[in-house]
Design a protein around this ligand. Sequence first.
Ligand code: FNR
Length: 342
Amino acid sequence: MSRAKRKMDHIEHALNSSSSQLSSMHDISFVHQALPDLDVDDVSLNTQIGELFISSPIFINAMTGGGGKATEKINRQLAQVANVFHIPMAVGSQMAAIKNEKEQQSYKVVRQYHPRGLVFANVGSEATVEQAEFCVDLLEADAIQIHLNVIQELVMPEGDRSFSGALKRIEQIASHVKVPVIAKEVGFGMSQESVKQLIDAGVQVIDVGGRGGTNFSWIENQRRNLPYDFFEDWGITTAASIAEAVSVSKHIPVLASGGIKNASDMTKSIALGAQSAGMAGQILKWLKDDGLDKTIQHLDRQLDEMRSMMTALGASSIEELQQVPLIIRGDTHHWLNERGII
Ligand code: FNR
């Protein structure tokens, strides 16, 4: 199967997936404060991902590129959304651009439509230093994501079977590229152990990519009409992953992603300790179902709702939101207790 066909298959199945899993964010509750002593206009959504300053704590996570005009159009629309809100946007894996010059435009369109905004390059952990540098240069990127997708590869019959040496290659990329390195999962989450290894290897930012949203095991099983659910319930949920990552050190910038769909998910992620939340599948669905203008309206509403929630909590900034008391219930409580995190 060609790479371009696989990319379009992934988009198709991601659009058709309706996650039956209850989001781990249902395990998180805020403690209502009847006297927040704050005005909506006093709330600032400014945040920071390491050395990068951003006006809203949301970003568009890696999805596509490398599938000709169809993926170029998706990347153009995503870049238009990012440009309206001045939020960062990541492109999908740039391996196609490395291998085929003709595919470069489907990525470069992001810089064209988000000219002064933050753009994240994206490679897998198989990339060499030269390939990573090439991907950064192609987009004049402000950071580079290195995706970790062992389970996705294992589920694909044509996927990789060799995962040794990944940390060493990540370390080499981190010590050579001129921009911050973000290590990201793609929906199976991050443990304390992995976060420690990545930080020791020189990675500056962790995107937890937790379980609860786009599920690549489900997507791959659907593509082959497998009658059983190989690896579908694997992984660490987004809520648990954020707590795992934050528990390693309060100073590591942590990004929340995996099933982020609305203001409540974003606000809870940040209260758990993340600096910003990333959306992939949800924004793709909005674009497909409702078009570009409505997608912009949806995102605008989520940011407004987030401001309202922060007002209700008496949190005027992202730092204050990270300090509000939380009640953690259910599976997430059990997980964090077993892991000695709470
Ligand atoms: C992805 N994701 C992804 N991640 C990555 O690092 N490189 C990639 O090329 C892709 N490709 C891709 C295609 C499609 C169609 C989707 C929906 C997702 C993973 C994505 O960035 C994110 O980590 C997961 O999708 C979890 O977030 P959501 O979708 O639950 O918000």
